[in-house]
Write a protein that binds this ligand. Structure first.
Ligand code: AKB
Length: 325
């Protein structure tokens, strides 16, 4: 496969938790005008709107994507639009439509316009109760019990299929829970690990929807952005995998997170009221073996629990004081 240059990038889901920060990082790397941010209906932030082009599209409607692909001469897509695990369980049809039909539309256009590269985010949600939960290997049992997980397994398989069959350079990462201080996540199971910081700073208390012992793999946003950019830069001749890289940074229980937050906010209190998301969390791994990503494209995270907590509290406290949180 030839290695084509990435020049004009389309980011779908650019108003979302990862998309919003990824778009800005891509604009810094590739130039503001070369990164088109798109969303479905949520109003974009001023910084997103003022730093480069923005359009509304619906990835489940191919015509709306094709229009901007033509207009902006797009050769690379970061398909960040997705319905996450918790919302997916409430509305499985919507989850299928956006995550599968939407992705299919993206691949279709990638072939039609002979694109350089496509990034497809996957998730630890591809794993299920039969998967080994500790140090989950790269190549293992993929039998998820959520519609989100089903859609992500299908997305990985489709990505690899398009790579082999149509020579499309598809690359993807299995994101763990992503913790960030700019945009709140929307409708995932790992959302508690972000909400807890906002509530600790605003109200000094939080009621968590999974129990104290719940352990899940997590990653701080700067590492997530770095991974998402580095994988697209990786030398294709070194990649044995394509759409499904395990990546990992830290794993902790909610109790351990609470203890870490209390080092900065001693009066913080956390209560527990598990709901349907507990079952989802219990079906996912506790820790991930990412040695394949480390070997194939030198993946290495920077933030652990201590560093991430310190930075989150600094950033959110500043935003709180400025009245922007
Ligand atoms: C979710 O909780 O649904 C997402 C994910 C782990 O993919 N954050």
């Amino acid at each position: 496969m030839s290695h084509k240059n990435m020049k004009n990038i389309l980011v779908t889901g650019a108003v979302g938790q990862i998309g919003s920060e990824l778009t800005l990082a891509l604009r810094e790397k590739f130039g503001n005008d070369n990164v088109l941010a798109t969303g479905r209906k949520t109003k974009p932030s001023d910084v997103l709107l003022n730093s480069g082009p923005f359009e509304f599209i619906d990835i489940a409607n191919q015509d709306t994507i094709e229009k901007v692909v033509k207009e902006y001469d797009i050769d690379t897509i970061y398909n960040m639009a997705a319905i996450l695990s918790a919302v997916g369980e409430k509305n499985p049809q919507l989850c299928w439509n956006v995550n599968i039909n939407g992705l299919y539309n993206i691949f279709d256009l990638a072939i039609k316009y002979d694109m350089a590269r496509v990034f497809v985010p996957s998730s630890i949600a591809v794993f299920g109760p039969q998967t080994p939960r500790i140090n989950t290997p790269q190549d293992t049992i993929l039998k998820p019990t959520t519609m989100y997980g089903v859609s992500k397994v299908a997305g990985e398989l489709l990505g690899d299929y398009y790579f082999k069959k149509f020579d499309i350079d598809v690359r993807g990462l299995r994101y763990p829970g992503i913790i960030s201080s700019e945009t709140l996540p929307g409708g995932g199971t790992t959302d508690y690990a972000v909400e807890i910081f906002y509530e600790a700073i605003k109200n000094k208390r939080y009621t968590c929807f999974v129990n104290e012992k719940t352990i899940l793999p997590m990653m701080y946003m700067p590492d997530c952005i770095k991974a998402s950019i580095d994988i697209m830069d990786a030398d294709i001749t070194k990649l044995q995998h394509h759409s499904d890289f395990n990546i990992s940074a830290m794993s902790f229980s909610v109790g351990e997170l609470v203890k870490e937050i209390k080092k900065h906010i001693p009066e913080f209190e956390c209560k527990y009221k598990p709901d349907f998301r507990q079952d989802i969390a219990d079906s996912w791994p506790q820790s991930i073996d990412d040695s394949i990503a480390r070997n194939e494209w030198n993946w290495k995270p920077r933030y652990d629990l201590t560093e991430m907590t310190k930075d989150m509290i600094e950033k959110l406290s500043k935003r709180y004081d400025e009245g922007t949180m």
